[in-house]
Design a binder for this molecule. Structure first.
Ligand SMILES: Cc1ncc(COP(=O)(O)O)c(C=O)c1O
Length: 386
């Protein structure tokens, strides 16, 4: 199929592959019979690999039973998913609001924090990405994404991760919410230090500010534990989730503490599709498989292996500034823009990777990626950068 014919009428840039007609594990198959190694898991959503049999079966079975249910009527699948999530949630997190995407989970967080504190202000980090609806966008740092829509909600202050003095000054009496990703994904695969997040949580507690983590990209095993913050010694009041939770099916969620729960009155927030039976069936299959097959621990192991392989293959390469990341969330920071190298990976090696900011080449493969697939990706990256 002619690549130029694809997506007529869409402004979204194409990646240079013919349309994809099916996918399995880390491989995408196109309509012309071509195969592509997907090191993105579709932005991290296909955490068990594309079309994992357990997820496919759960969605097929659910589609034949009940596909739609209003938020006030519990379905068996939603009830099971919520119990399973609550069982898995660490620390203070005891309840879950279900929605359809990451940005909606962030919106819910901003609203719940307002209800809890009565304050409008939000503090988030330079380098952050929290979504594209107006509330989440106002807390997203990247000026390229934010500026075209300004003035947006005038509620946000951005501080540099690690700078506690700046945070101390920013957490004024108007601020009700501190929001951060434990590892910034879109911003460049920047690991935020545990000590900083611990100090931030302490400051939030002292000032009555809600402490929220965005685990939309880092959650569900991506960095080597079910939720990244479990390994960081912090206990958020709110945690946003999406991406990996659905294994490819759209779903988002906001986990929240008992004290936030008390501030919520019936009808104060909602979503027509939130808790949709198909989405819940997919998510339940994902969560059960992650636990049964100990996938987070596998991600830790494969991530360490992949990082070591990348470091060895790129050692001494003058184009490379650093290889970094956590688990299977990996970035290669270049001394120049990453876009031409990503295009070469696709065109010359049939490998699909992602950018993160302007200069970082990012890999977010399925957590079930094999060592052979990692070897193929690393060799292709080393070749395009040589
Ligand atoms: C950390 C983070 N937060 C929020 C979002 C927004 O999620 P969605 O695209 O599902 O709205 C993303 C998406 O890339 C993300 O990585």
């Amino acid at each position: 199929m002619d690549i130029e014919q694809q997506g007529a009428g869409s402004w979204i840039p194409r990646r240079g592959t013919p349309p994809i007609s099916r996918a399995s594990g880390c491989i995408l198959y196109d309509v012309d019979g071509g195969e592509w190694l997907d090191m993105t898991a579709a932005f991290g959503v296909a955490c068990l690999g594309h079309c994992h049999p357990a997820v496919v079966k759960a969605v097929q079975d659910q589609a034949a039973r009940v596909m739609a249910s209003p938020i006030g009527l519990y379905t068996e699948t939603r009830a099971e998913l919520l119990s399973k999530l609550v069982e898995l949630l660490p620390g203070k997190l005891e309840h879950v609001f279900l929605c359809n995407s990451g940005t909606e989970a962030i919106e819910a967080g901003i609203k719940f924090a307002r209800l809890q504190t009565g304050r409008r202000g939000v503090v988030s980090l330079k380098g952050s990405f929290h979504g594209r609806t107006l509330g989440a966008l106002s807390s997203t740092w990247n000026p390229k994404i934010r500026k075209p829509f300004e003035p947006i909600l005038d509620i946000n202050t951005f501080v540099t991760p690690g700078d506690l003095e700046a945070l101390d000054a920013a957490l004024t009496e108007d601020v009700g919410l501190f929001l951060a990703e434990p590892v910034q994904g879109e911003g460049g695969v920047n690991v935020v230090e545990a000590e900083y997040l611990q100090a931030a949580e302490k400051l939030c507690r002292e000032r009555g500010v809600v402490f929220m983590l965005d685990e939309i990209q880092t959650g569900f095993g991506r960095t080597g534990t079910m939720f990244t913050h479990e390994a960081l010694g912090v206990e958020p009041d709110l945690m946003a989730m999406a991406k990996g939770l659905g294994g490819g099916f759209p779903i988002g969620g906001l986990a929240y503490s008992g004290s936030i729960h008390e501030a919520l009155k019936p009808g104060v927030h909602g979503s027509t599709y939130g808790g949709n039976p198909l989405a819940c069936a997919a998510a339940l299959a994902v969560v059960e498989t992650l636990v049964a097959e100990k996938i987070p621990a596998r991600a830790a192991e494969m991530g360490a292996l992949a990082k070591a392989k990348l470091e060895a293959a790129l050692e001494g390469n003058p184009k490379v500034r650093e290889v970094r990341g956590k688990g299977l969330m990996l970035g290669v920071e270049l001394r120049e823009k990453s876009a031409p190298y990503l295009a070469a990976l696709t065109k010359d090696h049939q490998v699909i990777a992602l950018n993160a900011g302007q200069t970082v080449l990012r890999m977010l493969p399925s957590l079930t990626v094999t060592e052979d697939e990692l070897d193929r990706a690393v060799a292709a990256i080393a070749t395009v950068l040589s």
